[in-house]
Write a protein that binds this ligand. Structure first.
Ligand code: A3P
Length: 309
């Protein structure tokens, strides 16, 4: 158990106790995210609602901003109406009643809503599938995803204790982090992508050619936008722009929850950063484990981009 002091001060020393990890139908989950589970499970989606799904740290915020920009036809002012987590609520989010839950935020919105979730396929509320809602799933290669998640869990005081890099590395391979095994998550959604209106995209593809992927998302959403608007969206959703934008960089979240002396939310935004973290021995263990867990799928990832960054 660890704690964070409230740098805002004022009311003296306030501490946040990190939650523990529990099992939700066999998937590791932060205990605070199951506070509202009955309401999440029975959530009634509208057929016009759009679900953005990812394993944590796979580029959720990036896709959220792209979607919001497309739906608002590249209008900067409209996209700047609120921080991204308020524009697109996080379905299962809950934190001891101290922060607005996803369910509470969604109750204040009217459909069509765009909703974020990190739930694996088997735990997504059935109404999204029954209502045939469109779903965008974005996946990121496991190595960069792991590195990004490690940094995030260190700085985000409302996530379970991450431990050291080596400990975290082992826990990720065991599925002992919030939302469980990365491998099951990406495969679970991949298996059902042709049975539902699911657009399955990759972080590395957006990085390689953002315009191409933005057009893909635009078409999936049934929108047509002029070239100049698309150019603006590419610019608005670049890492550099989003890093500077308080409506996308999570700078509106209190230091009490996000310790920015450890890491920024918009940290690096690259493909291949895992090479700066994995030891040779860890890479061997990872690859061996990966072959076992991913041997039964045709899902392929890129862990580097040619001539990249
Ligand atoms: P890094 O920690 O590797 O920098 P999520 O939104 O799912 O929490 O994912 C966060 C990760 O996506 C972070 O990765 C963040 O920097 C990256 N990211 C966010 N916006 C991005 C953008 N516009 N371009 C590239 N990466 C982006």
């Amino acid at each position: 158990m660890s704690s964070a002091q409230d740098p805002a001060g004022g009311g003296g020393e306030q501490q946040i106790e990190r939650p523990s990890l529990v099992s939700l139908h066999g998937v590791a989950m932060s205990e605070v995210f199951i506070e509202n589970w009955a309401a999440v499970e029975s959530y009634q989606a509208d057929p016009r609602d759009l679900l953005v799904v990812t394993y944590p740290k796979a580029g959720t915020t990036w896709v959220q901003e792209i979607v919001d920009a497309i739906l608002h036809e590249g209008d900067h002012a409209k996209c700047g109406r609120a921080p991204i987590h308020k524009r697109i609520p996080y379905l299962e989010f809950s934190f001891r009643g101290l922060l607005p839950s996803g369910i509470d935020s969604l109750a204040e919105m009217t459909s069509p809503k765009v909703i974020k979730t990190h739930l694996p396929f088997q735990l997504v509320p059935k109404s999204f599938l029954e209502q045939n809602c469109k779903i965008i799933y974005c996946a990121r290669n496991a190595k960069d995803n792991l590195v990004s998640y490690f940094h995030f869990d260190q700085m985000n005081k409302i996530q379970p204790e991450p431990g050291s890099w080596e400990e975290y590395f082992q826990r990720f391979l065991q599925g002992n982090v919030t939302y469980g095994l990365w491998h099951d998550h990406v495969k679970g959604w991949w298996q059902v992508k042709d049975e539902h209106p699911i657009l399955y995209i990759f972080y590395e593809d957006i990085k390689e050619d953002p315009r191409r992927e933005i057009v893909k998302i635009m078409k999936f959403l049934g929108k047509e936008l002029p070239d100049a608007v698309l150019d603006g969206i590419v610019q608005q959703t670049s890492f550099e722009s989003m890093k500077e934008n308080p409506m996308t960089n999570y700078s509106t979240v209190s230091d009490r929850y996000f310790d920015r002396s450890i890491s920024l939310f918009m940290r690096k935004g690259t493909v291949g950063d895992w090479k700066n973290h994995f030891t040779v021995a860890q890479d061997e263990v990872f690859e061996e484990d990966y072959r076992r867990k991913m041997g039964d799928t045709d899902l392929r990832f890129r862990t580097e981009l040619r001539g990249s960054q």
